[in-house]
Design a protein around this ligand. Sequence first.
Ligand code: ZN
Length: 258
Amino acid sequence: MPELPEVELMCRNLRRWTSGKTIVATEGIENASQLLHKNIRTCFRRGKYCILPIGELFVIIHFRMTGKVVLLREERKFLRRKIILCDGMEIGIIDQRRFSTLEIIVSANYESRFTSLGEEVWPIHRSAQWYQSRLGNRRSSLKALLLRQDIIAGLGNIMCSEICFRIRCNPQMKASDLSLDQWGLLDGAIHEFVGQVLSEEEGDEIHYVSQGGSLPKSFLVYGRGGLPCVECTASIIHWQISGRATYACPKCQAYEVS
Ligand SMILES: [Zn+2]
């Protein structure tokens, strides 16, 4: 499933491919006639959404489980939506599981569309106090809170395991047990991980680990169950939190669940 860095990469690709162009035809997009022959101004990310301002409209794409945006150079399996640009370039959204969404809204409704979405933590930097004031008085696990899109936008399951390892906190740790110093490590961990994924996965197409892509070097614990910890060589353990695969080092992230 695409998380903040993958969505950011797809936004950058969409911006590179579409900015300043117009759409001349589409396939698989409802009410698409209103998009035709209007200028695509840019593309930007909000949480896990890619947003394209087109004329007085916004196109909002969410990739859900398996969706991704690609440049169409040949016939592709699972092609669900297609956009043909004025210069002949063809952009596709391919999606094996069909959960991805594409909405068209008028720009006046943009703010209200995202009122329930939390704040961004990248590329903006956030302080220890910022994290503590939003998450620190809650008894839920750190991982469960980091995944709450209504508090922080864009973090996903893989990122949570990676961030918790980088700050040496167990994903099951109660948020109320973290010290101010530990909250202060989150910003650096998030920026380090996002930066690594962006440089590692940069290219015309994202390859998801869940669909057989190879494990990126930036994944220090995720997908590494049973393998030695990069820090202390203990075997990485994995289990489920709220039905989602979770990875941690039993030594570097030791924690007694009370
Ligand atoms: Zn370790």
